[in-house]
Design a protein around this ligand. Structure first.
Ligand SMILES: *[C@@H]1O[C@H](CO)[C@@H](O)[C@H](O)[C@H]1NC(C)=O
Ligand SMILES: *[C@@H]1O[C@H](CO)[C@@H](O)[C@H](O)[C@H]1NC(C)=O
Length: 236
């Protein structure tokens, strides 16, 4: 009996120690504001259909022996893109899906083209990345809003050569305020930053959010919510 109790106590101790170790690992992970560090020189992404119920946080690595320069290469980011769409902007991402060599490296790029007279990259957030924006051409009104309760707006007019940072997770936007086109390059602290466009997520979700939720949350008449939910929410 005594022996059993001792074993049980020692097991309990081991479970508690393991739980503590997992907790510490999670807590220390939260301190990193970017993708985790890689464990090898590189891990060129391949699309591998894993057996059912096997998932990895990221992508599988190609055998490094067969990696080639093209795996680390992307071309064409200087090509202007068509901005004839409802928001008047086009994002050209260069993340791990376009550039497999970015896998596990914790960074990516995007080019953003803005139509003259009000081309807009609408309010959105990147759940996994901080963004640094460099304006190459034109003039942009940009800003981000801090979290509750202050919801403070930090905004600025940027011109060619100007740089602005949007801290991870915060809602931000960019608007072309001149009659010429504008172009910017964004650098992001994730191989796969993700995008949540606020209007699309709120009014264009699939299936729709019960209008009572949005009517109350946004202090809108239900008819306005119904109207907003029938709109087409273009996403970049
Ligand atoms: C840009 O896209 C619009 C809408 O899809 C299309 O009508 C137009 O021809 C395109 N312009 C160019 C220069 O490709
Ligand atoms: C892998 O999958 C991603 C996401 O579905 C896709 O964008 C990418 O083009 C694919 N890459 C290859 C090499 O098939």
């Amino acid at each position: 009996m005594m022996v059993m109790m001792t074993i049980r106590r020692s097991l309990n101790f081991q479970v508690a120690a393991a739980a503590m170790a997992i907790f510490m690992a999670l807590v220390s992970n939260l301190a990193y504001a970017a993708d985790p560090n890689q464990l090898q020189d590189f891990c060129v992404a391949i699309n591998y259909s894993a057996p059912a119920a096997v998932f990895v946080n990221g992508k599988f690595c190609k055998d490094p022996k067969v990696a080639k320069p093209e795996d680390f290469f992307f071309s064409g980011l200087l090509t202007p893109r068509n901005t004839s769409n409802p928001v008047g902007s086009t994002v050209t991402p260069v993340n791990v899906d376009q550039l497999p060599g970015l896998n596990t490296l914790g960074i990516s790029l995007a080019r953003i083209d803005f139509a003259p007279y009000g081309g807009l990259n609408p309010p959105h957030t990147h759940p996994r990345a901080t963004e640094v924006l460099l304006v190459l051409e034109g003039a942009l009104y940009v800003g981000f809003v801090t979290s509750n309760p202050d919801n403070r707006l930090f905004s600025k007019i940027l011109r060619a050569g100007d740089v602005f940072v949007f801290p991870m997770g915060l809602i931000h936007f960019q608007l072309n305020v001149e009659k010429s086109r504008a172009v910017a390059i964004a650098a992001l602290s994730s191989q796969n930053p993700g995008v949540i466009t606020i209007a699309n997520a709120v009014f264009g979700s699939n299936p729709r959010i019960d209008p009572r939720v949005l009517s109350r949350a946004f202090q809108l008449d239900k008819k306005v919510v119904d109207y907003l939910q029938t709109r087409f929410w273009y996403s970049n």
